[in-house]
Design a protein around this ligand. Structure first.
Ligand code: NAD
Ligand code: 6OD
Length: 477
C-alpha cells in the first residue's frame, strides 16, 4: 500500500523538513518509498523551547474541559482522515490492512477519547480531607502537569503507542516533544496535522524525526529542558534513556521488551487454546510486545496441541513482513540456531512468493520445540513470528518455567478450571495475565511490565498519575 505523506518535523506550530534525509523502506518489497529528514540538535533544542513556551502560554490556563474538547476533536480528525492514516500505517510497517484498519488506527482515536473524558476529577481540586485528629484543617490536592514531556515510541504499533502516551500527557496539561521511530514516521506527521487543525495551540505538541543513539532520540532525552520521559521500546534502550534522565532526576515511564509465556493446561478447551495461541503468537507476525514466544503445555495434551498449532501456523495467510532487513536477519539467525538444536514443527525460514515480495523482509509463522530452557531462542526476545513449545507435568513446574528469565510483561493461561485460573494468574511474575484470551484491552486497566519489561504503569488513572504531580494544600480552618 502506498502513502503520499511527506515526513516533516512539527515545531512550535510550523512544519519543517530540514535535516539530512535517510531512506524509508517498504518492508513488503524492500524498496525505498520516501525519506526521513534527520532533526539536528538545534532543531531538537528548538522543539523543547517551543514546548516550554507553550506551557507558559494560553495552554497553561486551559481548564480540563477545554483540553478534553480539543482531544475529542483530534480523535474526530483521525476518524475523518481514517483511510490516510491506514495507508500511512501500512506503508510504514507492511502490516495487513485489516490490522491497521481494524485495530491500530481505531485505537489511536480511542486513546484520545479515553483520556479526554478522564482527567476532570483527577486534575481539579477534588480530593479533600479534613485533618482527622481534630486540628481543624482542610487538605486538598492540586494536580499539576509535569511540564515538557519527551515521548519516544517504537515501530511496531507506531500510532497506537505514540497516542497512548501523547493523549494522557496532553489531558493533564503537559506539552510534548515526540520522536517516533525512524522506521515508521508517517502516521505521526498526520497526527500533527490533525492536532493543528483541531486547535491545539502551537508548541503544545512538537514532533522531531531521526534515529536514537547520537541523534534526535538521545538529544531529546539528554535535554535539560525535558521534565519527564515516556518511552516504549527495547529494554537495552530503556537502560540508556534511564541514565540520561537520571542525570537530572527526571521521572520515566517505560514499556519495554518481553519474552511472554503461555500456559496450556490439559483441562483447557484445546480448540480455543489453539486459536488463541495462533493470535497471541502470530498477530503482526509476532511484532507486538505482548506476543507469546514461549508456550508450556501440560504433557497429556502436548502432542495433540503441538500438531494442531503447527497445522494452524502452516495454514496462516495474509500475515505481514518483519519491519526491516536487519530485524528479518536477526529472526532468521534465531531460527537457524533453533533448527540446529531442536525441532521445527512449522515454518522455520523465509517464504517464497515468486513475485516482488521476495525482495521484502518476510519470515514464515514458525513453531519450534525441543530446545533447552537456556537456549537463546527460548530466553531472548525474538519479536517475530516464532513460538517455542515445551511440556510440563505440574502446576508448580508450569509457574517456575513461566516465571524464569529476565522479562515479565504479559502471559496467557488456558484452562477450564476457574479455581486454577485464579490461583495461577496472580502467581505469574508479569504485569498483565490473560485467562482464556489474549490482548483483550480495557484502557482503564494498569498496563506495563515487571523486571526488565518496564517501569511504572500506564492506562486510565495510572497514566494520569504519571503525567502529573499531586500537590497538597493544607488550610487551617
Ligand atoms: P528501540 O528501543 O530500538 O527504539 C524505540 C525508540 O527509541 C525509537 O524511536 C528509537 O529511535 C529510540 N531510541 C533508540 N535508541 C535511543 C537512545 N539511545 N536514546 C533515545 N532514543 C533512542 O525499540 P524498537 O526496535 O523500535 O521496538 C521494539 C522493542 O520495543 C521490542 O523490544 C518490544 O518488546 C518493545 N516494545 C515494548 C512495548 C511495551 O508496551 N512494553 C510495546 C511495544 C514495543
Ligand atoms: O494496548 C496497549 O495499550 C499497548 N500499550 C499495547 C502495547 C503493545 C506492544 O507492542
Amino acid at each position: 500500500m502506498s502513502s503520499s505523506v511527506l515526513v516533516r518535523h512539527y515545531v512550535g506550530g510550523v512544519f519543517d523538513a530540514s535535516g539530512d534525509p535517510f531512506p524509508l523502506v517498504d518492508p513488503v518489497r524492500g524498496r525505498p518509498t520516501g525519506e526521513v529528514p534527520a532533526a539536528s540538535a538545534e532543531l531538537v533544542d528548538r522543539a523543547v523551547r517551543a514546548a516550554r513556551e507553550a506551557l507558559a502560554g494560553p495552554w497553561g490556563s486551559w481548564a480540563p474541559a477545554d483540553r478534553a474538547r480539543v482531544l475529542h476533536r483530534i480523535a474526530d480528525g483521525i476518524e475523518e482522515r481514517f483511510e490516510e492514516f491506514v495507508a500511512a500505517e501500512c506503508a510504514d510497517t507492511g502490516k495487513p490492512h485489516e490490522l491497521a484498519a481494524g485495530v491500530d488506527i481505531p485505537r489511536a482515536a480511542a486513546n484520545f477519547r479515553a483520556y479526554a473524558d478522564r482527567p476532570a476529577g483527577r486534575s481539579e481540586q477534588s480530593w479533600h480531607t479534613e485533618t482527622p485528629d481534630g486540628r481543624g484543617a482542610l487538605n486538598y490536592t492540586v494536580r499539576k502537569p509535569l511540564g515538557v514531556v519527551a515521548v519516544i515510541s517504537p515501530w511496531n504499533l507506531p500510532l497506537l503507542l505514540l497516542t497512548w502516551k501523547v493523549a494522557p500527557a496532553l489531558a493533564m496539561g503537559n506539552t510534548v516533544v515526540a520522536k517516533p521511530s525512524e522506521l515508521t514516521p508517517r502516521t505521526a506527521c498526520l497526527l500533527a496535522e490533525v492536532a493543528a487543525a483541531a486547535g491545539l495551540p502551537p508548541g503544545v505538541l512538537n514532533l522531531v524525526h531521526g534515529k536514537g543513539a547520537d541523534a534526535a532520540g538521545q538529544w531529546l532525552t539528554e535535554h535539560p529542558g525535558v521534565d519527564a520521559v515516556a518511552f516504549t521500546g527495547e529494554s537495552a534502550t530503556g537502560t540508556t534513556i534511564m541514565r540520561a534522565a537520571a542525570a537530572r532526576l527526571a521521572p520515566v515511564s517505560f514499556e519495554l521488551g518481553g519474552k511472554n509465556a503461555g500456559l496450556v493446561f490439559a483441562d483447557a478447551d484445546l480448540e480455543q487454546a489453539v486459536a488463541g495461541t495462533l493470535r497471541s503468537a502470530f498477530t503482526h507476525s509476532g511484532q507486538v510486545c505482548l506476543c507469546t514466544e514461549r508456550l508450556y503445555v501440560e504433557r497429556p495434551v502436548f502432542d495433540e496441541f503441538a500438531a494442531r498449532l503447527a497445522e494452524g501456523a502452516r495454514k496462516l495467510e495474509g500475515y505481514g513482513p518483519m519491519i526491516s532487513a536487519a530485524h528479518r536477519d536477526k529472526v532468521l539467525g534465531h531460527l537457524a540456531r533453533a533448527a540446529a538444536d531442536g525441532e521445527v514443527l512449522a515454518g522455520g525460514g523465509a517464504p517464497h512468493f515468486g513475485d516482488d515480495r521476495d525482495g521484502g523482509f518476510w519470515v514464515e509463522p514458525t513453531v519450534l520445540a525441543g530446545l533447552p530452557e537456556d537456549h537463546p531462542a527460548v530466553r531472548e526476545e525474538i519479536f517475530g513470528p516464532v513460538v517455542h513449545l515445551a511440556p510440563f507435568d505440574t502446576e508448580a513446574e508450569a509457574l517456575t518455567l513461566a516465571n524464569a528469565g529476565p522479562y515479565g510483561l504479559a502471559a496467557t493461561v488456558w484452562t477450564g478450571d476457574l479455581a486454577r485460573a485464579h490461583r495461577v494468574a496472580p502467581a505469574l511474575d508479569v504485569g498483565i495475565a490473560w485467562v482464556n484470551t489474549w490482548n483483550l484491552r480495557d484502557l482503564r486497566t494498569p498496563f506495563g511490565g515487571v523486571k526488565a519489561s518496564g517501569i511504572g504503569r500506564e492506562g486510565g488513572d495510572h497514566s494520569l498519575d504519571f503525567f502529573s504531580e499531586p500537590m497538597n494544600v493544607c488550610v487551617k480552618l
